[in-house]
Design a protein around this ligand. Structure first.
Ligand code: 0O2
Length: 223
């Protein structure tokens, strides 16, 4: 059904996909700007990397089937809200919340849904902060609001999720191995969360010490 719809609507479908690409460019630029500002104002680079993707046809098709979505362009556009995906990778969990706040304060961004899998990890052990937002893109004579999913992860969260994602889509893993791998991955997720917290604490301590040092320099200045 999807393939028939695609054949009938090849051009409009390609156009819709190009809007998602434009929305990704808008969002990616916003994060590049924030990173630049943080690096100039605080000598910090909160963003380690940004990955982007437009959902593949296969993945869109799978979602239509699983969620039983009507096969029309309008319904795909309204119901599949993660066709445009931007993944922002940070070093520390605190950077994730700081960036998400600055991003959501921007007046052209509308928050549609927020899922905090860092505070509430998934059963698999998956951690990440997900935001579904709408961003305007400006076309020749119209403004179009486009859904984008932004996933914020630390390096450790991303490392874990990439490996787990590989296992999730691997077929032919024997049943007893699946259970072993799930348990191992869950344990790794727990350990990586602990590592994130310990690294965050070290960074907080270093920042506090630096602040105290600045303060000391200030009070010991000669009169
Ligand atoms: P892909 O290949 O990354 O595009 P939704 O189906 O999105 O409407 P859900 O489950 O509420 O419903 O969405 P959620 O939880 O916000 O997660 C969607 C995306 O988060 C997934 O996209 C993955 O990218 C990621 N994700 C969620 N849970 C897991 C997990 O347990 N392991 C890993 N590795 N990634 C996860 P897609 O479309 O499933 O896949």
């Amino acid at each position: 059904e999807f393939i028939q719809m695609m054949q009938k609507n090849k051009k409009p479908f390609e156009l819709l996909m190009s809007y998602y690409q434009c929305a990704i460019m808008e969002i990616e630029t916003k994060f590049r700007v924030l990173n630049q500002e943080y690096s100039l104002s605080y000598d910090q680079n909160p963003i380690e990397g940004i990955k982007t993707r437009v959902k593949s046809y296969e993945s869109i098709m799978r979602k239509i089937r699983v969620k039983d979505i009507p096969v029309t362009l309008e319904s795909i556009e309204e119901n599949i809200r993660d066709i445009a995906g931007v993944r922002v990778i940070c070093s520390f969990p605190s950077d994730i919340y700081k960036l998400a706040d600055s991003f959501l304060k921007q007046d052209d961004i509308t928050l549609i849904e927020r899922k905090d899998y860092i505070q509430h990890p998934k059963e698999s052990g998956y951690r990440s902060l997900h935001l579904i937002v709408q961003v305007p893109i400006f076309l020749q004579d119209t403004k179009k609001l486009v859904y984008v999913e932004v996933q914020f992860r630390t390096i450790a969260m991303d490392f874990w999720a990439s490996l787990e994602h590989k296992m999730r889509y691997k077929k032919n893993i024997p049943e007893n191995h699946v259970k072993y791998l799930q348990d191992e991955l869950y344990d790794c997720a727990r350990q990586s969360a602990e590592l994130d917290n310990r690294m965050q604490n070290i960074r907080n301590l270093i920042a506090e010490e630096a602040e105290e040092e600045d303060h000391c320099t200030f009070v010991t200045l000669p009169m």
